[in-house]
Design a protein around this ligand. Sequence first.
Ligand SMILES: NC(=O)c1ccc[n+]([C@@H]2O[C@H](COP(=O)([O-])OP(=O)(O)OC[C@H]3O[C@@H](n4cnc5c(N)ncnc54)[C@H](O)[C@@H]3O)[C@@H](O)[C@H]2O)c1
Length: 235
Amino acid sequence: MALSDIRRVLISDSLAPACAHILRSQGGIEVTESTGLTPQELIAKIQDYDGLIVRSATKVSAEVLTAGSRLKVVGRAGTGVDNVDVDAATKNGIIVMNTPTGNSISAAELTCGLILCLSRQIPQAAASMKDGKWDRKKYMGSELHGKTLGILGLGRIGKEVATRMQSFQMTTIGYDPIIPPDRVTAQFGVQQFPLEEIWPPVRLHHGVAHPCCCCPPPQVCSMTSHSPSASAACK
Ligand SMILES: NC(=O)c1ccc[n+]([C@@H]2O[C@H](COP(=O)([O-])OP(=O)(O)OC[C@H]3O[C@@H](n4cnc5c(N)ncnc54)[C@H](O)[C@@H]3O)[C@@H](O)[C@H]2O)c1
Protein backbone atom coordinates (compact mmCIF):
# COMPACT_ATOMS: atom_id res chain seq x y z
CA MET A 1 0.00 0.00 0.00
CA ALA A 2 1.40 3.38 -0.97
CA LEU A 3 0.41 6.64 0.70
CA SER A 4 -0.90 7.78 -2.66
CA ASP A 5 -3.55 5.02 -2.41
CA ILE A 6 -5.08 6.87 0.53
CA ARG A 7 -7.23 9.70 -0.76
CA ARG A 8 -10.00 9.95 1.82
CA VAL A 9 -9.76 9.30 5.55
CA LEU A 10 -12.49 9.24 8.18
CA ILE A 11 -11.58 10.15 11.77
CA SER A 12 -14.40 8.77 13.91
CA ASP A 13 -13.12 9.51 17.43
CA SER A 14 -11.95 12.71 19.03
CA LEU A 15 -8.28 13.30 18.16
CA ALA A 16 -5.76 16.11 18.47
CA PRO A 17 -6.28 18.61 15.61
CA ALA A 18 -2.68 17.98 14.52
CA CYS A 19 -3.70 14.58 13.15
CA ALA A 20 -6.09 15.91 10.50
CA HIS A 21 -3.77 18.86 9.83
CA ILE A 22 -0.79 16.60 9.08
CA LEU A 23 -2.84 14.33 6.84
CA ARG A 24 -4.20 17.29 4.89
CA SER A 25 -1.07 19.41 4.65
CA GLN A 26 1.61 16.73 4.28
CA GLY A 27 -0.37 13.91 2.66
CA GLY A 28 -2.82 15.91 0.57
CA ILE A 29 -5.52 13.67 2.01
CA GLU A 30 -9.18 14.61 2.26
CA VAL A 31 -10.13 14.19 5.92
CA THR A 32 -13.61 13.94 7.42
CA GLU A 33 -13.96 14.20 11.20
CA SER A 34 -17.21 12.67 12.38
CA THR A 35 -17.45 11.48 15.97
CA GLY A 36 -20.27 9.79 17.85
CA LEU A 37 -21.45 7.73 14.87
CA THR A 38 -23.71 4.78 15.63
CA PRO A 39 -22.50 1.41 14.28
CA GLN A 40 -25.12 1.64 11.53
CA GLU A 41 -24.04 5.15 10.58
CA LEU A 42 -20.40 4.06 10.43
CA ILE A 43 -21.27 1.04 8.28
CA ALA A 44 -23.19 3.32 5.88
CA LYS A 45 -20.37 5.88 5.71
CA ILE A 46 -17.25 3.74 5.61
CA GLN A 47 -17.61 2.68 1.97
CA ASP A 48 -16.48 6.18 0.90
CA TYR A 49 -13.11 6.01 2.69
CA ASP A 50 -9.66 4.50 2.13
CA GLY A 51 -8.61 4.93 5.75
CA LEU A 52 -10.27 5.01 9.16
CA ILE A 53 -8.63 6.49 12.27
CA VAL A 54 -10.04 5.69 15.71
CA ARG A 55 -9.15 5.88 19.37
CA SER A 56 -11.01 3.46 21.64
CA ALA A 57 -14.65 4.54 21.32
CA THR A 58 -15.30 3.34 17.76
CA LYS A 59 -15.78 -0.40 17.49
CA VAL A 60 -14.28 -1.48 14.19
CA SER A 61 -16.26 -4.67 13.80
CA ALA A 62 -16.20 -7.25 11.02
CA GLU A 63 -19.37 -5.61 9.64
CA VAL A 64 -17.64 -2.23 9.42
CA LEU A 65 -14.57 -3.75 7.78
CA THR A 66 -16.61 -5.70 5.27
CA ALA A 67 -18.71 -2.65 4.43
CA GLY A 68 -15.53 -0.67 3.82
CA SER A 69 -15.10 -1.91 0.26
CA ARG A 70 -12.24 0.55 -0.49
CA LEU A 71 -10.81 0.55 3.04
CA LYS A 72 -7.05 -0.11 3.09
CA VAL A 73 -5.94 0.89 6.55
CA VAL A 74 -7.31 1.31 10.08
CA GLY A 75 -5.20 3.48 12.36
CA ARG A 76 -5.64 3.18 16.11
CA ALA A 77 -4.34 6.28 17.88
CA GLY A 78 -3.18 4.47 21.00
CA THR A 79 -1.69 1.18 22.13
CA GLY A 80 -4.38 -1.52 22.33
CA VAL A 81 -6.27 -2.72 19.27
CA ASP A 82 -9.00 -4.47 21.27
CA ASN A 83 -11.67 -2.39 19.53
CA VAL A 84 -10.57 -3.54 16.07
CA ASP A 85 -11.47 -6.97 14.71
CA VAL A 86 -7.94 -7.67 13.51
CA ASP A 87 -8.80 -11.12 12.11
CA ALA A 88 -11.58 -9.64 9.98
CA ALA A 89 -9.24 -6.86 8.84
CA THR A 90 -6.65 -9.44 7.80
CA LYS A 91 -9.28 -11.43 5.88
CA ASN A 92 -10.28 -8.24 4.05
CA GLY A 93 -6.67 -7.25 3.32
CA ILE A 94 -6.89 -4.17 5.54
CA ILE A 95 -3.80 -3.09 7.48
CA VAL A 96 -4.27 -2.28 11.18
CA MET A 97 -1.75 0.15 12.64
CA ASN A 98 -1.38 1.46 16.19
CA THR A 99 0.85 3.97 17.99
CA PRO A 100 2.26 1.83 20.79
CA THR A 101 4.72 4.29 22.28
CA GLY A 102 2.61 7.44 22.04
CA ASN A 103 1.38 7.57 25.62
CA SER A 104 3.53 4.98 27.42
CA ILE A 105 5.30 7.58 29.55
CA SER A 106 2.02 9.26 30.49
CA ALA A 107 0.51 5.88 31.44
CA ALA A 108 3.63 5.00 33.48
CA GLU A 109 3.60 8.33 35.30
CA LEU A 110 -0.09 7.94 36.06
CA THR A 111 0.57 4.44 37.44
CA CYS A 112 3.33 5.80 39.68
CA GLY A 113 0.99 8.57 40.82
CA LEU A 114 -1.64 6.00 41.75
CA ILE A 115 0.93 3.95 43.68
CA LEU A 116 1.81 7.06 45.71
CA CYS A 117 -1.89 7.79 46.23
CA LEU A 118 -2.42 4.26 47.51
CA SER A 119 0.47 4.32 49.94
CA ARG A 120 -0.28 7.86 51.18
CA GLN A 121 -4.09 7.82 50.85
CA ILE A 122 -3.87 11.19 49.14
CA PRO A 123 -7.35 11.19 47.52
CA GLN A 124 -9.02 10.26 50.81
CA ALA A 125 -7.04 12.88 52.72
CA ALA A 126 -7.84 15.56 50.13
CA ALA A 127 -11.53 14.69 50.21
CA SER A 128 -11.49 14.78 53.99
CA MET A 129 -9.79 18.19 54.04
CA LYS A 130 -12.27 19.57 51.50
CA ASP A 131 -14.92 18.33 53.89
CA GLY A 132 -13.47 20.70 56.50
CA LYS A 133 -11.59 18.05 58.51
CA TRP A 134 -7.90 17.78 59.38
CA ASP A 135 -7.38 14.06 60.20
CA ARG A 136 -3.61 14.07 60.12
CA LYS A 137 -3.17 10.81 62.03
CA LYS A 138 -5.84 8.92 60.10
CA TYR A 139 -4.08 9.58 56.79
CA MET A 140 -0.49 9.09 57.87
CA GLY A 141 0.16 6.49 55.13
CA SER A 142 3.19 4.26 54.59
CA GLU A 143 6.62 4.75 53.06
CA LEU A 144 7.38 3.07 49.76
CA HIS A 145 11.06 2.98 50.68
CA GLY A 146 12.20 -0.63 51.13
CA LYS A 147 8.90 -2.13 49.98
CA THR A 148 8.44 -4.47 47.00
CA LEU A 149 6.49 -3.63 43.89
CA GLY A 150 4.97 -6.47 41.82
CA ILE A 151 4.43 -5.62 38.16
CA LEU A 152 2.34 -7.84 35.88
CA GLY A 153 3.34 -7.22 32.28
CA LEU A 154 6.89 -6.03 31.77
CA GLY A 155 6.57 -4.32 28.39
CA ARG A 156 6.97 -0.63 27.70
CA ILE A 157 4.81 0.67 30.55
CA GLY A 158 5.92 -2.00 33.03
CA LYS A 159 9.56 -1.12 32.42
CA GLU A 160 8.96 2.63 32.81
CA VAL A 161 7.02 2.07 36.04
CA ALA A 162 9.78 -0.18 37.39
CA THR A 163 12.63 2.23 36.74
CA ARG A 164 10.69 5.17 38.22
CA MET A 165 9.67 3.31 41.37
CA GLN A 166 13.24 2.07 41.88
CA SER A 167 14.13 5.70 42.55
CA PHE A 168 11.88 5.40 45.61
CA GLN A 169 14.18 2.55 46.70
CA MET A 170 11.51 -0.05 46.02
CA THR A 171 12.43 -3.60 45.06
CA THR A 172 10.77 -4.45 41.77
CA ILE A 173 9.61 -7.96 40.92
CA GLY A 174 7.25 -9.04 38.16
CA TYR A 175 5.84 -11.52 35.71
CA ASP A 176 5.68 -11.54 31.94
CA PRO A 177 5.07 -14.63 29.76
CA ILE A 178 7.23 -13.36 26.87
CA ILE A 179 9.94 -10.96 28.00
CA PRO A 180 13.05 -13.01 28.93
CA PRO A 181 14.01 -12.59 32.60
CA ASP A 182 17.79 -12.76 32.37
CA ARG A 183 18.52 -10.95 29.16
CA VAL A 184 15.90 -8.23 29.47
CA THR A 185 14.04 -7.56 32.68
CA ALA A 186 17.13 -8.05 34.87
CA GLN A 187 18.70 -5.21 32.91
CA PHE A 188 16.07 -2.83 34.19
CA GLY A 189 16.16 -4.23 37.68
CA VAL A 190 13.12 -6.51 37.74
CA GLN A 191 13.40 -10.05 39.04
CA GLN A 192 10.77 -12.29 37.50
CA PHE A 193 8.66 -14.83 39.38
CA PRO A 194 6.02 -17.30 38.19
CA LEU A 195 2.61 -15.62 38.18
CA GLU A 196 1.23 -17.85 40.93
CA GLU A 197 4.00 -16.69 43.17
CA ILE A 198 3.15 -13.04 42.68
CA TRP A 199 -0.58 -12.73 43.10
CA PRO A 200 -2.77 -15.78 42.52
CA PRO A 201 -6.14 -14.03 42.44
CA VAL A 202 -5.13 -11.58 39.72
CA ARG A 203 -7.38 -12.18 36.75
CA LEU A 204 -5.77 -10.80 33.66
CA HIS A 205 -8.09 -8.87 31.43
CA HIS A 206 -7.38 -9.06 27.70
CA GLY A 207 -4.13 -10.89 28.47
CA VAL A 208 -2.33 -7.79 29.74
CA ALA A 209 -2.37 -6.25 33.18
CA HIS A 210 -0.33 -3.79 35.16
CA PRO A 211 -1.69 -3.99 38.66
CA CYS A 212 1.07 -2.73 40.94
CA CYS A 213 1.33 -4.16 44.40
CA CYS A 214 3.29 -2.75 47.28
CA CYS A 215 3.98 -5.05 50.20
CA PRO A 216 3.40 -4.32 53.00
CA PRO A 217 1.23 -2.36 53.94
CA PRO A 218 -1.64 -4.86 53.90
CA GLN A 219 -4.21 -2.24 52.92
CA VAL A 220 -2.25 -1.71 49.69
CA CYS A 221 -1.65 -5.31 48.73
CA SER A 222 -3.25 -8.66 49.36
CA MET A 223 -0.35 -10.47 47.67
CA THR A 224 1.31 -11.81 50.77
CA SER A 225 -1.87 -13.25 52.19
CA HIS A 226 -2.33 -15.47 49.14
CA SER A 227 1.13 -16.77 48.40
CA PRO A 228 3.82 -17.76 50.88
CA SER A 229 6.55 -17.55 48.25
CA ALA A 230 5.40 -14.10 47.16
CA SER A 231 5.36 -13.17 50.81
CA ALA A 232 8.97 -14.24 51.05
CA ALA A 233 9.83 -12.18 48.01
CA CYS A 234 8.02 -9.13 49.34
CA LYS A 235 9.83 -8.44 52.54
N1 LIG B 1 -4.98 3.70 29.68
C1 LIG B 1 -4.00 4.23 28.99
O1 LIG B 1 -3.87 5.45 28.86
C2 LIG B 1 -3.00 3.35 28.37
C3 LIG B 1 -1.92 3.92 27.72
C4 LIG B 1 -1.00 3.10 27.14
C5 LIG B 1 -1.19 1.74 27.24
N2 LIG B 1 -2.27 1.23 27.84
C6 LIG B 1 -2.45 -0.22 27.96
O2 LIG B 1 -1.44 -0.74 28.81
C7 LIG B 1 -1.10 -2.05 28.37
C8 LIG B 1 0.40 -2.20 28.24
O3 LIG B 1 0.91 -1.29 27.27
P1 LIG B 1 2.42 -1.41 26.81
O4 LIG B 1 2.65 -0.31 25.87
O5 LIG B 1 3.32 -1.57 28.00
O6 LIG B 1 2.34 -2.80 26.02
P2 LIG B 1 3.55 -3.82 25.71
O7 LIG B 1 3.04 -4.67 24.61
O8 LIG B 1 4.84 -3.12 25.55
O9 LIG B 1 3.66 -4.68 27.05
C9 LIG B 1 2.67 -5.55 27.45
C10 LIG B 1 3.37 -6.72 28.10
O10 LIG B 1 2.37 -7.55 28.70
C11 LIG B 1 2.85 -8.87 28.58
N3 LIG B 1 1.75 -9.80 28.77
C12 LIG B 1 0.93 -10.33 27.84
N4 LIG B 1 0.10 -11.20 28.40
C13 LIG B 1 0.37 -11.20 29.72
C14 LIG B 1 -0.13 -11.91 30.81
N5 LIG B 1 -1.10 -12.81 30.66
N6 LIG B 1 0.41 -11.68 32.04
C15 LIG B 1 1.40 -10.78 32.21
N7 LIG B 1 1.94 -10.10 31.20
C16 LIG B 1 1.42 -10.30 29.96
C17 LIG B 1 3.45 -8.93 27.21
O11 LIG B 1 4.35 -10.02 27.10
C18 LIG B 1 4.13 -7.59 27.12
O12 LIG B 1 5.50 -7.68 27.50
C19 LIG B 1 -1.85 -2.27 27.06
O13 LIG B 1 -3.01 -3.05 27.32
C20 LIG B 1 -2.25 -0.90 26.63
O14 LIG B 1 -3.43 -0.89 25.86
C21 LIG B 1 -3.16 2.00 28.43
